[in-house]
Design a binder for this molecule. Structure first.
Ligand SMILES: Cc1ncc(COP(=O)(O)O)c(C=O)c1O
Length: 372
């Protein structure tokens, strides 16, 4: 059984994907070909922003944002303790310091109370300048943007949305990607909107920011790529990846609807045995993963072993809180003990999930989970 059935998705979209790729091959239009602009326009319309800037990965999307805002030495960037390292790795590389915040025990997203405590602790310590908050739509579930916005406004901080796992999700009336001052996403193959390699995008409403990002993704180009006006990156989105994602994007809403049905079936069948995901009112999750919580690490590991015996794959997103990682060992942690994140990391496991999970496979997974 596949954990995320990308092969089934390919079979469903094969004709369109193959013919789109062939068009790129026939036109030898590999770098910034016309499908890139077409995809950017359609993606911006879908997310509900003025501009989507395609780029080479989600990590590079975040790096472009940090570079565009000049985030670096002396800056504190606040981030949930439970995320993928790339949420803050580029800021750290640019000299800023990640300051981790505990997660909310229900949504598993950054806890606004912990964020506020950490902002106050950084101010009191007086060594770093609070600069930005990275809100991660963790495993596809949008963060609490109303509360986060209130805090970032109060402290004059930039609100960056890391929507790498959230394409297709929404919060109130807006889609993920459009919920911060600026947003980033990833098209890593297993993401809700994935390509066939690496890819990413930045979302902005500002024409000026759009121009700056387009310069930064091509070596800081000015009027041409051989007129360099700033330090930039080679961070373009390949034409082939845009060609692959055009048909996937037009199917995304349908897939998100299917994901709700599949998640509802898991919820119903498993809620008396495990903690099932809780999605807030007015919020639609993209269910980048369907994560369950066991009672403790021991029970979690036993359940995973039983599933493995039955040929059912599971993955832990993620086993290590950020504050425990060696790479961040010297970062400021204030007085936080990150209890919710530690408990989540010990208890979480994700089970097979995609819009293409068959009813029979889902039945089997439920059956095994109910008997362990
Ligand atoms: C929350 C989060 N941020 C950033 C990234 C980085 O994206 P990419 O792998 O495309 O560089 C990922 C990808 O796993 C992610 O899950």
């Amino acid at each position: 059984m596949e954990f995320i059935d990308l092969k089934a998705q390919y079979r469903a979209l094969k004709q369109e994907i193959d013919s789109n790729i062939n068009r790129v091959l026939e036109n030898a239009d590999f770098i910034m070909g016309k499908q890139v602009a077409e995809f950017e326009k359609k993606l911006a319309d879908y997310v509900g922003v003025n501009y989507a800037v395609g780029c080479s990965s989600g990590t590079d999307a975040l790096q472009l944002i940090y570079m565009a805002y000049g985030i670096g030495r002396g800056d504190a960037v606040f981030c949930p303790d439970m995320t993928f390292v790339a949420s803050v790795e580029p800021a750290f590389m640019l000299g800023a310091e990640p300051v981790f915040c505990d997660i909310d025990p229900v949504s598993y997203n950054i806890c606004p109370d912990s964020l506020e405590r950490q902002i106050k602790a950084v101010c009191a310590a007086g060594k770093l300048r609070p600069r930005a908050v990275v809100a991660v739509d963790f495993i596809g579930n949008p963060a609490d943007y109303d509360r986060l916005r209130e805090i970032t406004d109060r402290y004059g901080l930039l609100l960056i949305e890391d929507a790498a796992q959230g394409m297709g999700a929404s919060y109130r009336t807006r889609k993920c990607g459009a919920l911060g001052d600026i947003g980033a996403t990833s098209f890593f193959p297993s993401k809700p909107l994935g390509c066939y390699g690496d890819g990413g995008a930045v979302f902005t409403d500002s024409e000026e920011m759009n121009e700056l990002l387009k310069s930064l993704r091509v070596h800081g180009k000015g009027s041409s790529k051989y007129d360099n006006v700033r330090v930039g990156m080679n961070a373009r989105l390949d034409t082939i990846q845009a060609a692959v994602m055009l048909p996937k994007l037009s199917r995304l809403e349908e897939e998100i609807a299917k994901r709700q049905e599949i998640a509802a079936r898991y919820d119903e069948a498993l809620r008396d045995k495990f903690v099932v995901p809780k999605i807030g009112d007015g919020t639609v999750s993209a269910y980048a993963q369907y994560a369950l919580l066991a009672e403790d690490r021991k029970q979690r590991d036993e359940v995973r072993a039983k599933l493995q015996e039955a040929g059912i794959p599971t993955i832990i997103y993620y086993p290590n809180p950020m504050h425990c990682m060696k790479v961040f060992a010297d970062c400021f942690t204030g007085e936080e003990t990150f209890d919710n994140t530690v408990s989540y990391a010990d208890r979480t496991f994700s089970i097979p999930f995609s819009a293409y999970l068959t009813g029979d496979d889902q039945e089997r997974i439920i059956e095994v989970l109910r008997t362990v």
